[in-house]
Unconditional design. Structure first.
Lengths: 275, 314
């Protein structure tokens, strides 16, 4: 490496007065897209869709080979049934890492030196996470729908998951909304816990462990809490749940509340704590 | 200009920084000195708004750092060269910082070139040596061409060439009229770099002075060598100076300037072989000043002394 002397830069950058929020969002986008973990999680989602497609294909083949009375007992061959929970975990983990990787590497101190407005930084991360998960969620649900439709072809229900695109649309949208909500919960948990392992355990607990634990509660209370869990909300939001506890607007409100509570708690702690 | 005003930072009952006040002015390198754990890094974190002071304040050009809209344009700070995401490329790391302050990618390329990292711009930072990370951190401080620069222990872990590069770099920045604050626990390094020093111990200010003032204050008398030591000693004592004879035959004279000693020797016909005004090195001055305020000190025990209690126990 050659020895260099500090020379005044040829053209010192002028201080520009565009919106601070827009610039911070742009910066958070650079951060998210420039780390390997983001690409790995998105890659995992692609794999999950492929796997979901394979399962749907095998189900359909099995359906074709089954006698009529057994065919009636089949569920719909929908790749999203496998891909959605995996995507939900991956996107929540991706969002949590947007916060916890800063603490794990010490980058947070460099980041806050460039953007001392901590609320603005967290809000910018939330905007980037919302856009990335909404786009991923819509792409995922659409691909799963068309993949499922291609696999089942002109076979009738129940192996055919949806009668038409219009029939599926509420579910596609509510699944996408749930993905966004859980990713924001992941981001909030990341800001609260500041450690990757802790955030991933909390997400896993919320998505996969609590639903099991709740089944040990007294029936009435258990049902109520179960219906409030993130995995049960998309069905109630889409209006496809067989025995809904919450109306569609209430389900939407609860999903939004999850994100709001996690982000607010994360913001309060981020603002107060030393970096 | 950086102003630290009655800054106190407590962690539980322990004060890491205790009612500390000092000012860092432009156009010179200000060395921030103190033993490990004296509170240097805590003070710098408080200046940058990373740590919230328990009381007091730190202002940059009159306002708190946290209120700055585009801090990268005003302050370039390198607290920890390791505080980077190892998975990002050097270019992308700087682009994250640049973008948030409205600075373009072209400028990122420019500063990478300036610190000699242009060739590894697209390489992941995780694979960088400590010296390369320091250069990357310095590139980050240059992004917004700021008037104030802060470095925490910038030469730690660097090779001699890197140390020299940083030293010249900081001197150049100050020569351009910028405010430069650099912390270190290496006195010899600061003696070569700083124009002005702020010395703290146990979170408290011990002294704030220019290097010249410090040398003046810790004046160590004049070393004189002469074959006629006894004659000169007598003459000096008669003139009111204090003289101490060392084992090697040299004299240590205090209370009289070197010029006056020379004139006196000439008047008495005494031959001089050497006459040298001495002042304490920064390290000696520092040791004198911080004698009572070192937080963690190894007690010096000879192996023999350490063995004694064991013997008596046996």
């Amino acid at each position: 490496m050659s020895t260099i002397t500090a020379t005044r830069p040829a053209a010192p950058p002028a201080e520009v007065n565009t919106s601070g929020l827009a610039r911070t969002i742009a910066s958070e986008w650079v951060k998210l897209r420039s780390v390997r973990s983001t690409h790995m999680y998105l890659g995992a989602i692609v794999l999950a869709v492929a796997l979901g497609g394979l399962v749907a294909y095998l189900m359909t083949a099995d359906w074709d080979a089954s006698p009529a009375e057994e065919q009636a007992m089949f569920g719909g061959a929908d790749p999203a049934q496998l891909a959605f929970p995996i995507a939900q975990f991956c996107l929540a983990a991706l969002a949590a890492l947007a916060m916890t990787s800063e603490y794990a590497t010490g980058m947070i101190r460099t980041s806050l030196t460039a953007v001392p407005a901590r609320g603005r930084m967290l809000l910018s991360k939330a905007v980037v996470v919302t856009v990335v998960t909404a786009v991923t969620g819509l792409a995922l649900t659409l691909v799963c729908f068309f993949l499922g439709a291609a696999i089942t072809g002109d076979r009738p229900a129940p192996i055919r998951a949806w009668e038409s695109f219009g029939d599926a649309l509420p579910t596609l949208l509510s699944h996408s909304a749930a993905l966004v909500s859980m990713a924001l919960v992941g981001l909030g948990l990341g800001a609260i816990l500041r450690a990757t392992a802790g955030a991933l355990v909390a997400i896993t607990g919320l998505l996969f462990v609590v639903p099991i634990a709740v089944q040990f509660l007294p029936r009435e209370l258990g049902m109520k809490i179960f219906a409030t869990l993130p995995i049960e909300l998309p069905g109630q939001l889409a209006g496809t749940a067989s025995d809904p506890v919450y109306s569609q607007p209430a389900a939407a409100g609860i999903l939004a509340l999850y994100a709001a509570v996690a982000l607010t708690a994360g913001w309060l702690l981020l603002r107060r704590r030393d970096a | 200009m950086i102003e630290v005003r009655q800054l106190t930072k407590r962690y539980g009952a322990k004060a890491a920084v205790d009612n500390l006040s000092f000012t860092v002015r432009p156009g010179r390198v200000t060395g921030f000195l103190g033993a490990n754990g004296a509170g240097k890094s805590t003070t710098m974190r408080a200046i940058l708004g990373l740590d919230r002071p328990t009381s007091g304040s730190a202002l940059i050009d009159g306002r708190p750092y946290a209120e700055m809209r585009n801090p990268v344009h005003h302050v370039g700070a390198l607290l920890d060269a390791g505080a980077v995401h190892g998975g990002r490329s050097a270019f992308n790391h700087l682009l994250c910082l640049a973008t948030s302050n409205g600075i373009s990618g072209a400028r990122v390329t420019q500063v990478l070139d300036q610190v000699g990292l242009a060739g590894v711009a697209r390489k992941r930072v995780g694979g960088f040596s400590l010296g390369m990370k320091q250069r990357l951190g310095i590139a980050g401080t240059l992004l917004g061409d700021p008037g104030i620069l802060m470095f925490d222990e910038p030469v730690n872990g660097l090779d001699p060439e890197g140390i020299r590069w940083i030293r010249e770099f900081m001197r150049d920045l100050a020569a351009e009229g910028r405010t430069v604050l650099v912390s270190s626990h290496l006195m010899s390094e600061m003696a070569l770099t700083a124009d002005h020093v702020v010395i703290i111990g146990r979170g408290k200010l011990i002294t704030e002075a220019s290097m010249a003032e410090l040398a003046e204050r810790h004046h160590r008398g004049v070393l004189v060598r002469t074959p006629q030591a006894s004659a000169l000693s007598t003459a000096l004592r008669e003139s009111g100076a204090a003289v101490v004879a060392a084992a090697d035959g040299s004299l240590s004279v205090s209370g009289m300037e070197a010029s006056a000693i020379g004139e006196l020797a000439f008047a008495r016909g005494v031959v001089l072989h050497e006459i040298t005004p001495r002042s304490a090195s920064l390290e000696e001055a520092y040791m004198e000043l911080t004698d009572d305020s070192v937080e963690y000190r190894a007690t010096r025990t000879s192996p023999r002394a350490a063995e004694t209690p064991e013997r008596s126990a046996a």
